[in-house]
Design a binder for this molecule. Structure first.
Ligand code: GLP
Length: 249
């Protein structure tokens, strides 16, 4: 099954399109008096999307009062207040600027001692279930095909867990750190089964560097060697691309 791809001239247009889908999902749920559960990604890819959601909140009255969020991942170990933490990223770029309730924000905790991580991951899965499951999951894609921090070889059955980062991933993210030795070797990530259970999935990819992996995820046979290719088995998944990320399709 080929994943439907929506191709835009640039990342701004693609991000606006994704923001409209999110806003519509939130408003539909509001009208029914229900919560809207969003799965959120970090990295450079969704920044324009989050800026657009902030604009919609400020200028169009889009409310996040009924929104519950679960972030995909966090480095381990990582202090919340560190510049590089995904906790910091999410608050700086999105949560500080909207009317989301603090109790509705969930991000894996990179501060816990190692012996508590297993239980934390079990609870994270339970919290997602108790919220009613994820309505809409936003994803980026790593150059090696990872989604969240599910590196190549991750099981399709994997759940939220502590995992190793590939050196290529650490190198891709070194721009956020002083040098490569500062980039954590571990991360807590939702699993592939966690992601695949979301009722709708939107993967975003911008720029020529992502073109080869987007091609493999969309057109190659499904393989745990390209985790994003497993999205082919999801019945409501789309890719939103700019023309350079779509160049090899
Ligand atoms: C990061 C994140 C992923 C993200 C991907 C792509 O390390 N853990 O959630 O989607 O790698 O990153 P970027 O958007 O910066 O290209």
């Amino acid at each position: 099954e080929k994943i439907p791809c929506f191709i835009f001239p640039d990342m701004n247009e693609g991000s606006y399109y994704a923001a409209k889908i999110i806003a519509q999902t939130i408003r539909e749920k509001q009208q029914k008096g229900e919560n809207c559960v969003l799965g959120l990604a970090t990295g450079s890819t969704p920044k324009v999307l989050y800026n657009e959601l902030v604009r919609m909140h400020k200028e169009e009255g889009l409310s996040f009062k009924n929104v519950i969020t679960f972030n995909l991942d966090e480095y381990y170990p990582m202090e919340r207040e560190a510049m590089q933490s995904y906790y910091n990223y999410m608050h700086r770029i999105l949560f500080h600027h909207i009317d989301i309730q603090a109790k509705n924000i969930h991000i894996p905790n990179g501060e816990l001692p190692k012996e508590q991580i297993k239980q934390h991951c079990i609870e994270y899965e339970k919290q997602i279930e108790e919220a009613g499951g994820i309505d809409l999951q936003i994803l980026g894609i790593g150059n090696n095909g990872h989604i969240g921090f599910n590196e190549p070889g991750s099981s399709i059955h994997s759940k939220t867990r502590l995992t190793n980062l590939e050196n290529s991933t650490r190198l891709a993210n070194v721009y956020e750190f002083a040098n490569i030795s500062e980039v954590p070797r571990l991360a807590i990530t939702m699993g592939l089964s966690t992601i695949l259970k979301a009722r709708k999935v939107i993967l975003l990819a911008w720029g020529p560097a992502k073109a080869p992996v987007v091609q493999r995820a969309v057109e190659d046979h499904m393989s745990e060697q390209v985790p994003a290719s497993l999205l082919q088995q999801h019945n409501d998944c789309i890719f939103i691309l700019d023309s350079s990320a779509a160049a090899e399709l």
